[in-house]
Design a protein around this ligand. Structure first.
Ligand code: ADP
Length: 434
């Protein structure tokens, strides 16, 4: 403002100076010319400012006379505001990313229970599609009577458990509604499918153990009661021996179950033991000896063993896995069948232990379940040959603890092949295959 006044004063002085020398007319003319020039320059500056106003993000024009100070103040304020908005935007994005990364599902609903937002887990849990579902009532999206009943309660102290089924998989969810703000609701979902499965497995396991132990225990108690109720001399010594033999058999069965259960529990709860080079061929030969005794020369054994091939592992655990597979082959192969045991280095560099038999085989639907505890494909044969139903569960655990894979191939009626495949990094003897 002062600058402008000063410039006007300068033009007035110049006009007055020129007027006193060349006449008042010339003086006024110069003064008017000066004012016109000032108006023209000012007009130009205003037009540059208005051009800048259309693109306010760019730097303001420089040298715009009296506007310079104002524009630099406006520009500084604009920059501060822009930084604050960027910061807020960044924070909002980070919060949204965090909300999307939550393992629990989160859905926001308005007062009419219409979907306003949902995170990725909620989409996965409830099959929501934000593109098409936002703005629609949750009751139209989740068409489940138990959900509708729960949501219409109005107060939600506890979550509700829902079972959702679709073509891909079944899911069990815990769903909780919470109200926040005015007429706004938050719906939280948690996938408890695995937890529920674990709980079912635990219950089944307890029921199975009780059942497995109850049968021999009942037989044993029956014999003991019979012996107790009989007059002392009413049994011949052969009968007494037979009864005691049968009772020992049942007690042995219980002992085998408890021993296998303890092995499993040790494998599950103990940390993986320090691995040492294990002479697998020695273990295979030892297990074969036991297998031959069990077979009582009723089977033909064929053995291919790479004596130099060793893996890193735990001797006792591998012993149990190796002999479990040989024992099973004997027990599930009828008389005169052939059992082929191999320990070799495969072409892909892995070390493979296989037990192949020409036995009864396993139906395809049973194969995936064989390593479940107490699962038996042939219940009668398993029991009559002293099986506990835990051998393959133990073998699978041992395999896992050695980074090995238990593979089962079988054709019902014509035999099975069980293999333990150890990765190359477990091999300690032979040089690595290129
Ligand atoms: P079990 O003590 O009953 O043998 P396992 O866990 O060792 O328990 O085996 C589970 C089931 O797998 C057995 O009950 C049997 O039905 C089946 N099975 C295991 N090995 C063989 C085999 N070599 N041939 C046929 N069936 C087998």
């Amino acid at each position: 403002m002062l600058k402008t006044l000063f410039t006007v004063l300068l033009w007035a002085l110049a006009g007055w100076g020129l007027g006193s020398w060349l006449g008042a007319h010339i003086g006024w003319g110069l003064f008017s010319l000066g004012l016109l020039l000032m108006i023209f320059v000012s007009g130009m500056q205003v037009s540059r400012i208005s051009r800048w106003a259309n693109d306010i993000e760019s730097a303001p024009p420089v040298s715009v006379g009296p506007w310079d100070d104002i524009l630099s103040m406006v520009y500084r304020k604009l920059r501060r505001d822009r930084q604050a908005i960027d910061h807020l935007e960044q924070t909002k994005l980070q919060m949204l990313e965090a909300a999307h990364a939550l393992p629990d599902g989160a859905v926001t609903l308005d007062g009419q229970m219409q979907l306003t937002w949902c995170n990725r887990s909620a989409c996965e849990h409830l099959g929501l599609n934000p593109g098409t579902d936002i703005g629609y009532s949750i009751f139209n999206i989740l068409r489940m009577p138990e959900f509708a009943r729960y949501a219409r309660q109005g107060r939600w102290a506890d979550p509700v458990q829902l079972h959702l089924q679709n073509e891909e998989h079944d899911r069990t969810l815990l769903l909780q509604l919470v109200d926040y703000g005015v007429d706004r609701y938050l719906m939280v979902t948690r996938d408890i499918t695995q937890l529920e499965k674990l709980e079912t497995t635990r219950k089944d396991f307890v029921a199975n153990v009780s059942h497995e132990l109850r049968t021999p225990l009942t037989v044993l108690t029956g014999f003991l009661e019979t012996l107790q109720d009989m007059p002392p001399d009413s049994l011949t010594s052969e009968q007494r021996l037979r009864y005691v033999g049968l009772m020992r058999e049942q007690a042995g069965r219980m002992e085998a179950i408890v021993s296998d259960l303890l092995t499993l529990s040790t494998l599950e709860s103990s940390p993986v033991a320090e691995a040492e080079p294990v002479d697998m061929s020695a273990l295979v030969h030892k297990a074969l000896q036991q297998g031959r005794i069990l077979s009582r020369d009723q089977h033909v054994f064929v053995v291919h063993c790479d004596e130099s091939l060793q893996v890193e592992g735990v001797d006792s655990e591998l012993t149990s896995a190796i002999s479990n597979l040989i024992t099973n082959a004997v027990r599930y192969t009828p008389k005169d069948g052939t059992i082929t045991v191999s320990w070799y280095r495969a072409d892909d560099g892995t070390a493979v232990y296989t037990v192949q038999d020409t036995g009864i085989g396993i139906a395809p639907q049973d194969i995936p379940r064989l390593t479940e505890r107490f699962y038996r494909a042939d219940r009668g044969r398993s029991r009559s040959t002293g099986g506990t139903g835990l051998g393959l569960a133990i073998t699978k655990h041992v395999a896992m603890r050695h980074e090995a894979e238990l593979r089962i191939q079988s054709r019902y009626g014509s035999g099975s092949t069980f293999s333990l495949v150890f990765p190359q990094r477990r091999i300690v003897s032979a040089p690595a295959v290129e």
